[in-house]
Design a protein around this ligand. Sequence first.
Ligand code: HEC
Length: 149
Amino acid sequence: MKKVIFWILGIFVAIQLIPIDRTNKPVDKTQNFVDVIKPPKEVVQILKNACYDCHSNEVKYPKYAYVAPISWSVKHHINEGRERVNFSIWTTYNTDQKNHIIDDIMETVESKEMPLKGYLPMHPEADLTDAQRKVFNDYFKQLQKSGKF
Ligand code: HEC
């Protein structure tokens, strides 16, 4: 029994040594959604509080993101999240892509798929109310209609 515990502890310590890249690429203000599109304050707040930790180059890593294997899961979500939509490089998407992304944003926020559920217990400010979801989606609907994105 002692041996098993010894090995589990040893493996736990060893996996902490595997390096994880937590650097953020620098944010170019001429590409960043919030700077270019200039949404109203309430929408900016929702984006920054509830989305930017996985969908931007302004990720703030929480303390628990430094402990493996949780850190692997966090990094995986950030990689996947950025791949789907990275608000920091908004202007690099073409009109088709932006249209698709806006559709997906409205869909996933309405269905409460986003922000990811696992993120909420440690980030209560990201646990959006129905009213916040509506403000957010109304904004994106109007943005899409305006064609100025
Ligand atoms: C904790 C990380 C995390 C947070 C916070 C988060 N997302 Fe995501 N998001 C992901 C991951 C991972 C995926 C890809 C896997 C998936 O679709 O579940 C994703 C996928 C998406 C997609 C693509 C969906 C699709 O069908 O392909 C959109 C759009 C999106 N997120 C929008 C948002 C918005 C808007 C917010 C804020 C209200 C947000 N996300 C918050 C991690 C996150």
